[in-house]
Design a protein around this ligand. Structure first.
Ligand code: B12
Ligand code: SF4
Length: 474
């Protein structure tokens, strides 16, 4: 209920057109599909959105936890909720991801035309503030953990500034409480999302985490993380997601953290490098603390390709052993690959298929390289004339589920690359393989089955879209 004189702020997370938000065909001719097919696809897209990675945006939980007397904050996650425009809002804060720029800007215009002040923040704003200026009343550039308080105070005073720039990365060792009070807990698969470190020591050129968050790993204090886990458990007993990009980046910290988490008896998933498989003590700490699955970025099986994209960790000759060890410790592996890196050849798909079999990877994800504006690879491909859209049209590089080629691979002509990719996903993502992977998974068998079955559907959509693109290229 609104309190007289109180300023009401709506924090908005955008739904991407496709990708993990629910793959939908990019095919404009889809209008010709039968009603049955359209209904089936939209129902599946809904299931994907709800079941797959239905976790809340931590960024907006962090902002809404900065309490300023006289201001109330509510989170609206457009993946699951409708915009509550029947209520009064003084200000909206929109989180803008690169690749969902168009819907974010459209929403900003619609809200401003209703007299609602709009503040834009998030990865895209941090990297491309100039492109955002005309679309907002205020921009927040950088990690907003602390500066958001100033924005709210300025709103109260009626003196919002056009720009708030975070000059240095927030010190994560200072304890900040993360609250779930602005969230609708029921909307999610789980709301237990925790980040223990920020920044990444690596420099993979297709990623911009190190650009946004810096190369130095910043840690939260272990007692603060433990307190957060304890508090979160009181509201939600479900699985925990540790959102760190590389949860084993600092092995000493990770081992201490997970040893101390053991008594909480949680189950958790996260993202790690395969190097974990070579560290028996750390692996033991992960397994004992309830780790059920890890996403590992393998990218190419060709070291030359990974090196061409500045990924030097995970040497290929140690991958099989590492993955087998992680699975032997009872942890499922989601192996994320990219086909189409610079040294990849048409021989890679067969190697990749054999690798998935040999390691027993529980959920494979075979992605196309997506050059994201603001990454090293994007700038390089633009210079080499290999992008298929104008580098200035950031919206053209939107999110999708491997459904469209955005660049020309270096060593394989597009006309051969696309059929080799679609043939690969057709062989890897079958119902039979889904059942086999679920049956041999070390744990979380129903989740492994669900992911694999959803991928049968999603890669099927991707194949149709890519085949259409191939015809258009001819
Ligand atoms: C967890 C996660 C998800 C989750 C949850 C979504 C989310 N963003 O919370 C799920 C699985 C749903 C997801 C989906 C996708 N993701 Co994701 N995801 C992440 C991950 C690992 C952590 C996000 C996070 O919580 N970070 C911690 C918070 C605190 O940081 P932050 O979000 O940057 O927020 C800070 C600032 O940016 C700023 N801020 C953010 N929003 C706002 C809003 C306002 C108003 C203000 C003032 C400030 C502000 O203040 C925050 C606090 O400091 C990041 C990697 C990373 N390190 O960030 C990738 C990442 C954000 N994802 C990425 C991608 C590509 C995707 C997908 C497109 C994947 C796909 N193919 O479909 C989709 C897009 C979904 C969508 N609707 O936008 C890319 C985005 C690239 C980019 N430049 O935008 C990243 C950076 C991964 C990468 N290595 O490239 N993702
Ligand atoms: S892909 Fe992962 S390891 Fe590489 S720079 Fe990005 S966050 Fe770091």
């Amino acid at each position: 209920m609104a309190v007289a004189g109180e300023k009401r702020v709506l924090l908005i997370f955008i739904q991407a057109d496709s990708g993990v938000d629910g793959a939908a065909s990019l095919d404009s001719a889809s209008a010709k599909r039968s009603i049955f097919t359209s209904l089936k696809d939209s129902a599946l897209s809904n299931i994907i959105r709800r079941a797959q990675f239905a976790i809340p945006p931590l960024a907006l939980m962090i902002l809404s936890s900065q309490v300023v007397p006289g201001v109330s904050q509510t989170i609206c996650d457009l993946r699951f909720e409708k915009l509550p425009l029947d209520q009064h809002w003084d200000m909206a804060g929109i989180s803008v991801q690169t690749g969902a720029v168009k819907p974010a800007f459209e929403l900003a215009h619609a809200l401003r035309s209703r007299g609602i002040k709009v503040v834009l923040g998030g990865p895209y704003v941090t990297i491309f503030p100039e492109q955002c200026r005309d679309h907002a009343d205020a921009l927040v550039i950088g990690e907003a953990d602390d500066i958001w308080r100033e924005v709210q105070e300025d709103l109260l005073r009626g003196s919002l500034k056009a720009e708030y720039r975070v000059e240095s990365f927030p010190d994560l060792s200072i304890e900040r409480t993360v609250s779930k009070s602005a969230l609708d807990i029921k909307s999610y698969f789980t709301t237990n999302v925790v980040q223990t470190t920020r920044g990444c020591p690596y420099s993979c050129d297709f990623c911009n985490v190190h650009v946004m968050n810096g190369h130095r790993l910043r840690h939260r204090s272990i007692p603060a993380v433990l307190r957060e886990v304890e508090t979160f458990l009181k509201e939600d007993k479900r699985i925990f997601f540790f959102l760190d990009d590389t949860i084993n980046a600092d092995e000493t910290y990770a081992e201490q953290l997970f040893r101390e988490l053991e008594p909480f008896r949680i189950s958790w998933v996260g993202q790690a490098t395969t190097a974990l498989g070579e560290k028996p003590r750390l692996l033991d700490a992960f397994a004992r603390s309830g780790c059920g699955a890890l996403l590992v970025g393998i990218e190419s099986l060709d070291d030359g390709s990974n090196h061409a994209h500045k990924k030097f960790h995970n040497p290929s000759n140690r991958q099989v052993e590492c993955i087998k060890n992680i699975r032997k410790a009872g942890i499922c592996v989601y192996g994320s690959f990219i086909y189409g890196l610079d040294e990849d050849s048409l021989e890679l798909p067969a190697k990749l298929e054999a690798f998935i079999e040999e390691t027993g990877i529980d959920v494979p994800g075979i992605n196309l390289l997506r050059p994201i504006p603001g990454t090293g690879v994007f700038d390089r491909l633009a210079l080499e004339g290999r992008l298929l859209h104008s580098p200035h049209d950031h919206d053209a590089f939107k999110f999708s589920w491997g459904q469209e080629m955005l660049y020309k691979p270096l060593r394989i002509p597009l006309q051969e690359f696309i059929p080799s990719y679609t043939a690969l996903t057709k062989r890897v993502f079958t119902v039979q393989n889904a059942l086999k992977r679920a049956a041999r998974a070390p744990r979380l068998r129903s989740a492994v089955l669900m992911f694999n079955l959803l991928y049968v559907h999603m890669y099927g959509i991707a194949r149709k879209d890519l085949t259409r693109q191939l015809h258009e290229l001819d």
